[in-house]
Design a binder for this molecule. Sequence first.
Ligand SMILES: [Zn+2]
Ligand SMILES: [Zn+2]
Length: 394
Amino acid sequence: MTETIKAEALTLAPALQDLFYTLHAAPELGRHEHHTASVIRAHLTALGISHISLAETGTLAVIQGRGPGRTIGFRADIDALPITEETGLPYASRTPGVMHACGHDFHTAALLGAAELFQRRRGDFNGNVKLFFQPDEEGDGGAARMIAAGGMENPHVDAMLCCHVESGIPTGTLTVRSGPICAASNPFTVTIRGKGTHGAKPHLGTDVIVAGAQIVTALQTISSRRTSPAEPVIVTVGTFHSGTAGNVMPEEAVLTGILRTMGGEARARVKNDFRSVVTGIAAGMGVEAEIEIFESYPGCRNDPAVTGLLRRSAAKILGESNILELPEPSLGTDDFGYFSDIVPGCYYYIGVGNTEKGFTCPNHNPHFAADPDALPLAVAVEVQAALDYLAQEA
Ligand SMILES: [Zn+2]
Ligand SMILES: [Zn+2]
């Protein structure tokens, strides 16, 4: 049975590769994935799988098994990034300034491959498989919009799985960990207002640039002095804009950045610390600081039971020694956390690195490439995990 799933997935390899090349060559940014959605929907229709549009460019497909049972969901994100591709590959992006540099084309092609096997095997399992082809992961969270549109109900989803490509590990391997795996993020803007003056008469104004510089420095003590060294917290100030001329002390400085934590109590505390540091330094420097902290992705926490199942299922496909333990969480973000906040979930990394092909560059880079040979393996892991989950006692 197990050999059959892997063997069956391998027979799909040429078709999966073509589909992947098609998606890769025509990347679209979040909320604009119209062509991508049409490729997905046409493919599902050709397979005879029922599906609906959700959150505009999102697509939700359901495959019902032979009888009642639990429902497992899979998320594949479908959007690309505003990067001009420089891989020189024959199937490289034909759209300047847009590239599948995070492998979401791979996720989509793999889940469509899994859809085909679920459809063929629908007489072999009880319960349902739901497939979320989700828009706008890199933007403001298509996951939340698919959930708000009712995607997790009718039938109710009991557990969610999600794979992400990882070029830092070779094709044929997989990494995963139980517990926290992606960070929660809170983007922020701090607008500092003071009194402008001539550069030669600093005592007649209040210097927003000096105040801003002190704030940037002091913010680093949130992770180095207010947080346990064992706890991951990052305060990034990514932009600092102020001033127009070398002999003018300006009236305003604007800082933007992101707070990254593992969610929960740490997230709330870091937001409080941030406010107290900025307000305190601003008061000491005689300037005003307007603080805006925005809620973004909630962070992902892998459920121990679902992660254990994924590990065992993946080992059947890839071999025990190729299932690697991720020693620590990533401080990257992924909106899959909206799903795994609601139901037990597991987010794992599938190896797409290939040194012989030169596919070793990290994602979000113009030279990033995912090894298409990993596609059938990703498909087989998804199918094996779903069948193992649905075969368990509820
Ligand atoms: Zn990304
Ligand atoms: Zn991604």
